[in-house]
Structure formats: C-alpha cells, structure tokens
Ligand binder design. Structure first.
Ligand SMILES: Nc1ncnc2c1ncn2[C@@H]1O[C@H](COP(=O)(O)OP(=O)(O)OP(=O)(O)O)[C@@H](O)[C@H]1O
Length: 486
C-alpha cells in the first residue's frame, strides 16, 4: 500500500520547554498504577492535522470507459497488465505498463513508461509533465481524466498508553501514537527526528508492523555505523569483484527490503556524494549494484531517522534539500524524555512487570524518594539511559523496594555515600571487577555528560588521558553525541 501526504506534515503541537512541565513525585512509589503522576501534566494542543493527498483517475472515453481508481499511493500505474492500479482491460492499443502518476514535491507528475504508442497530455505527447485538476491523458485509444482529492485529517491523541512495545502516557506520545496509526497503512516516506535513545527505531518498527507490509522484511541500515567506503555497497549491493574484498555478489539493503520497509538510521551521517544516488533510488524505485549493469526494481517503504536537525544541516551544506523533501513526506519529532517526565513511571512500571524481569529479580517497586529522583534527572540518553539505569538498579538492589542508594550517583545528583553496592554472592575477584566496572561506567558517563560529550574537556576535568577516555567510551559503548546539549 502506498499513500500520499503533503510534505512537511508535522505534529503541530507547540514545542515544550522543560520548565513547562510541572511534576511532583509525591508519595507514588508504592503503586504506580494509582500514581497522580500518570495524570496529564503537559499542556499541549491535543489535536494535530495532516494534509493527505489522494487522486482519482477515470477512463472517460474508449473501450474501458467507466473504470476508475482512487489512489493515495506515491505512484499510480496504468496499463494493460493486471498488476497496474488502473487496468485497461479492453484497450488493445495500450501498453502493459503505459504510464504512471507520481506524487512529488511540486505536484502530480505524469511519466510515460516507455509505451509503444505514447502518452499524451491535453493533446501533446509527453515523457514527463505535471498534471492539473481535470487534465486529460490519452493512452492507446483511452482518454482518462485526472482529479486530485485533497483531504485534511485531524489526528486525535490515541487513547492507549502503549503502541507496539512503546509506552507513553503523555499527551505528546499519545499524539504520536495516533499519527503512527494513521500513516502506517499508507506507503509514505517518514523521517523520525529525535535525540539519541528517544525510541526512533521503535517508532519505525511500529510503522512497519501496522502497515500492509508486515509479510515483507524490515531492513535496518545504520548509516553512521558503516565505514564510508562500504556504505554504497551496503545500500545498493555489489557484484563479485566490484572492489577489493568483494569475493561474491551481494544484494544491498534496498534489495533485501523488497516488499517491506527499509529503515535508514542516522540518515544525517550519509555522505554528501551518496545522497543524489539515494534520491535516484527513491524516485525511480530501482537500484544498480556497485560494479553491476543490471537495473533491479525495488518496492520498499522508506523510513529514516536522525538525531541531527536536518534543516540546519541543509543550511550548512551538509545535507541535500531535495533528498530531505523527498523523504520528509511526514516528519515525526520525538520529544526527549525530560519533556515528557510523566511517562517515566509508566515505562518503569511496564519494565518491572516484564515476566523475564520478575522471574530474574522478583517483584520490585520504587520508593517515592527514588522515583522522585528519577523524575527530576535530565536523562541526556533518554529512554535508553533510563533502561540502563533500571538494569543497574536491578543488579544492585535487594528486597522489594528500590531506594535512592541503589540509583547511580548521577541520578541522585550527589557523591556516593555509605556502603558500596557490591554483590556479595559473587567471588571476591568477580565482585571487585563488577564494582570497578560500574564505577568506571558511572564516573565516565557523569564526567562526559557534564562536558557534553567533549572528550578533551572530559580528559582535562578528570585528569585522565584522552586515549583512556576513548577506550572507556568504547568499552561501555557510550553515546557521546547524545550528551551534547541541543
Ligand atoms: N516509549 C518507549 N517505551 C518503552 N521503551 C522505549 C521507549 N522508547 C525507547 N524505548 C527503549 O529505549 C531504547 C532505545 O530505543 P531506540 O533504539 O528505539 O532509540 P533511538 O532513538 O532509535 O536511539 P538512537 O538514536 O541511539 O539510534 C530501547 O531499549 C527501546 O526499547
């Protein structure tokens, strides 16, 4: 299924400042179900609108008169072949794949697909031309009339506090859930923007799961994690011998995603010289492997994510505007966790109720004081950091109630006091190793967060060598980019 929305259909709620959010932890640690924190504390416009695009194509003259189609796809195909959206069954002079109508940034584009007898717009033979309301298209001995059908849709916040593994009770997240449900069945491209750990991949998975493409695969490609010299072959594939080390042919992510969804994570990291190539694939729906001659048709929905502000990147010359416009039919802006603190208790509650967690650690709950500290921490690493803190806490807390002493010092906002949280059930050597690792991780995360991910500054402040900081960042897989203030 495909679908059309006007580009730059964004969530229209006004941006929130952390100071707009008033939460007070109160005595809620005992029962998160009845927590007053779960009541709405964010005041945002509860409704948002997106402009959806549809068009109608109707045969108004010729042997197929009366046939018509209403489509919300990015491409509407017409011809004699039964696989087309509008099939010219009776017209013997129409080609199998005669023409298509693409929705583009500038409007509806009529494209001849190499038909034998040509495609004519308002009497003139064309290869590519923009359509207007009421345009007359001639293909074979048929005349077809084109009509755009605009629709402004109001997205209501979802009633549920969960969607496909995502938890969120705040108005902002429920708006996003509502938007995902609306746009998932359409084929439109989506850009998901948000700081690291805000759940961009979960949103992409939800869109895939709720689309008509679930039988197809979801391919994830992290554009930031692939060495620059391999990114092209990872995206488009390569033929044997295309470069040193290409010992066999390999399909790229686009081919592997055929029939499903491709998720381009960290799109902002994509090399500038590869951006036009990606744009061509998106426009033509076909790829050519590195070192190959064959053109391979690909049908996949594209979802991209970035923690960069792409508009700023465009201004700075780091990202191509045409690629951005092609991809951002819908933009979903995920708010950082500090702007939806009232989601924290629910996320924790769901995680603690996970049967695997209960099986391993028994029943656990947060004391009011510890929940209060979790609610007031700034969460530079967002939900991922919250999850990491939770697993730290589960390792070190004994008994049912989690106390402030079990929380990492950075969350407590104070230096460590009292007994060291070591695991007495481990051997001395292992307990010491674990304690030391926890100290290293906590210390380095804390100093890097304070220094906004700047390694040299962190080295100066901690008295460590920069190389040692680099080693620790790698060892604990810390995301220094996510620590930068925005
Ligand atoms: N709303 C949520 N409810 C429950 N878990 C969440 C939510 N959002 C994120 N998470 C969890 O947080 C972690 C990070 O999520 P995810 O990988 O989707 O973030 P991301 O924005 O794609 O991160 P990055 O920018 O680093 O790629 C995962 O463990 C995910 O399950």
């Amino acid at each position: 299924m495909g679908g059309l929305c006007y580009p730059r259909a964004k969530m229209s709620a006004p941006p929130l400042h952390p100071d707009d959010i008033h939460t007070s932890p109160g005595d809620v640690g005992q029962d998160l179900n009845h927590s007053p924190l779960l009541s709405e504390t964010l005041v945002v416009d509860p409704r948002t609108t997106v402009k959806l695009h549809k068009c109608r194509l109707a045969v108004t003259s010729g042997p197929d008169t009366g046939r018509s189609v209403v489509s919300d796809k990015e491409r509407l195909r017409c011809g004699a072949h039964p696989g087309n959206d509008l099939v010219l069954v009776e017209d013997r002079t129409a080609s199998r794949h005669h023409f298509e109508i693409q929705f583009t940034e500038r409007g509806y584009l009529l494209v001849d697909l190499g038909s034998t007898n040509g495609t004519f717009l308002d009497g003139r033979r064309i290869e590519r031309a923009y359509l207007s309301p009421g345009s007359q298209i001639r293909a074979g001995s048929s005349v077809l009339t084109f009509a755009p059908l605009d629709e402004e849709v109001t997205i209501e916040p979802d009633r549920e506090g969960e969607l496909c593994g995502m938890v969120g009770q705040s108005m902002k997240m429920r708006q996003i859930f509502g938007l995902i449900k609306k746009i998932a069945p359409m084929g439109v491209s989506v850009i998901i923007q948000g700081e690291t750990g805000t759940g961009k991949e979960l949103v992409a998975r939800a869109i895939h799961e709720l689309s008509g493409r679930t039988k197809g695969p979801m391919e994830v490609l992290d554009c930031g994690a692939i060495p620059p010299n391999l990114i092209e072959s990872e995206l488009f594939g390569h033929e044997k011998g295309a470069f040193t080390g290409a010992v066999s042919s390999r399909p790229g992510a686009f081919e592997r995603a055929h029939g499903g969804t491709i998720f381009l994570d960290e799109l902002g990291e994509l090399r500038l010289d590869l951006q036009p190539k990606l744009l061509r694939v998106l426009e033509n729906h076909e790829v050519r492997r590195v070192g190959g001659n064959d053109v391979i048709e690909v049908d996949c929905r594209v979802i991209a994510a970035t923690n960069r502000d792409l508009m700023k990147e465009i201004q700075g010359g780091g990202f191509r505007e045409d690629l951005y416009f092609r991809l951002s039919v819908i933009t979903i802006q995920l708010p950082p966790l500090r702007q939806r603190r009232d989601d924290i208790p629910l996320i924790l509650k769901r995680a603690l109720a996970d049967p695997e967690v209960v099986g391993k650690h028994g029943k656990k709950r947060f004391s009011a004081e510890s929940l209060g500290l979790l609610m007031s921490y700034s969460w530079p690493g967002n939900v991922r950091e919250l999850m990491n803190v939770l697993s730290h806490v589960l390792t070190f807390s004994e008994g049912e109630e989690i106390q402030p002493a079990h929380l990492p010092p950075r969350v407590r906002g104070q230096v460590r006091e009292g007994p060291l949280p070591f695991n007495e059930h481990l051997s001395f050597k292992n307990a010491k190793e674990q304690l030391l690792e926890n100290f290293e991780r906590e210390y380095i995360t804390s100093v890097l967060t304070r220094c906004e991910g700047n390694l040299s500054r962190a080295a100066r402040e901690s008295g460590l060598h920069r190389k040692s900081i680099e080693r620790l960042v790698k060892k604990y897989q810390l995301d220094t980019k996510g620590m930068k203030s925005r």
